[in-house]
Write a protein of this length. Structure first.
Length: 360
């Protein structure tokens, strides 16, 4: 066995054990005492960065296994994410939040196409993945869309890397800007939900803004965290819509790959259908006290939370496999254009949504 293959196995084992312990701590309240750090150090950006570092320093290892895991694990994980979504709660933002979400999602996709394909000439898959991650909820949207368009691992790696870098910057930058502009709790919550990619960073930014202005929470009767979370949940449901319409945009490429001409809707993969089923089952069965009773609904909610947590951990692990597919040769071919697209799109959406929020 080659040294790089042994290193690959060790890394996967370490990441897997850490994520398994993290799952046990959160779901079963396992007490690790002074070793609690073992279960908390692996995050999505870290797993992706470790995969990048491995591929760039040592090259590819077990390419067939790596490709299969990065594809299948993502698909099953997306289904699990459905257990963390509730249709009723997501739609609670009302008509104003819904209109805002629709306009921002499709506006971001259109602007991403203009910047990525027309202005910068980024390849179709990478450009669409970056636009999807910016439009809805970062890594989760990319994880859902990637298998549908049969994205290459290299395109997935680049898109995820761009989104995670900008996501981390926004977490620290947005509260400072919001404070400087004197934004209200509602204004900042809306802005964070629309312009920050990942749900976790939206929550973090909202909580940080609440801590900066506790007096405004009392005066205005609403917190930035509450507004941001509600609107972000509404946006997260648009993964379903995006997944259903994506085959229409890529119908020619998918037909060429299959060697046959099919209706675009027939290209919607099964895992997306199961993803929708999971959302509906969680909303109207597992958490429906009127249907199954309070005690059963509480157990159902705990079950959904456990499945959702497991899915997120599996996505984190799959990011290592995706990162481990990115070689130096691929990076040279990709260049800086995807990063430029991601930055330009992020800044544009941030400024446009900010102007809209102050205008209304």
């Amino acid at each position: 066995m080659k040294k790089k293959e042994l290193c690959y196995i060790i890394i996967v084992a370490v990441l897997g054990v850490s994520l398994l312990l993290s799952f046990a701590v959160e779901v079963f309240h396992l007490d690790l005492g002074g070793f609690s750090w073992v279960a908390g150090w692996v995050s999505s950006p870290i797993a992706l960065a470790i995969g990048f570092a491995f591929a760039l320093l040592l090259g590819k290892a077990f390419p067939d296994f790596n490709k299969t895991m990065s594809k299948k694990m993502l698909q099953y994980s997306v289904i699990g994410l459905g257990f963390g979504m509730n249709v009723d709660k997501a739609l609670a933002s009302g008509a104003e939040g819904m209109v805002f979400t629709i306009a921002s999602v499709f506006g971001t996709l259109a602007l991403g196409w203009l910047l990525g394909r027309k202005l910068l000439g980024v390849d179709t898959q990478t450009s669409y993945l970056i636009s999807s991650g910016t439009a809805i909820c970062g890594g989760s949207a990319i994880a859902a869309v990637g298998p549908i368009i049969r994205a290459k691992a290299e395109s997935m790696s680049v898109a995820l890397g761009v989104v995670f870098v900008l996501n981390g910057i926004a977490l620290f930058l947005f509260p400072t800007i919001g404070d400087a502009l004197g934004m209200t709790m509602k204004q900042f919550g809306m802005w964070a939900a629309i312009a920050i990619h990942d749900t976790s960073s939206v929550v973090g930014a909202g909580a940080a803004y609440d801590q900066m202005h506790p007096e405004l929470v009392t005066q205005q009767g609403v917190s930035a965290l509450e507004v941001a979370t509600t609107i972000k949940l509404t946006r997260a449901l648009w993964i379903v819509v995006l997944a259903l319409v994506t085959p229409f945009f890529f119908r020619k490429q998918l037909a060429a790959a299959d060697g046959t001409t099919k209706p675009w809707y027939s290209c919607v993969p099964r895992f997306i259908i199961w993803f929708v089923v999971a959302i509906l089952f969680n909303t109207y069965v597992l958490s429906n006290a009127a249907l199954i009773g309070d005690a059963a609904a509480e157990i159902g909610t705990q079950f959904s939370g456990a499945v959702n947590k497991l899915a997120k951990n599996l996505i984190t692990l799959s990011l290592f496999f995706i990162g481990a597919s990115l070689t130096r040769e691929t990076l040279r071919c990709v260049g800086l254009k995807p990063l430029v697209q991601g930055v330009m799109l992020w800044i544009s959406i941030s400024l446009i949504s900010l102007a809209y929020i102050f205008w209304i």
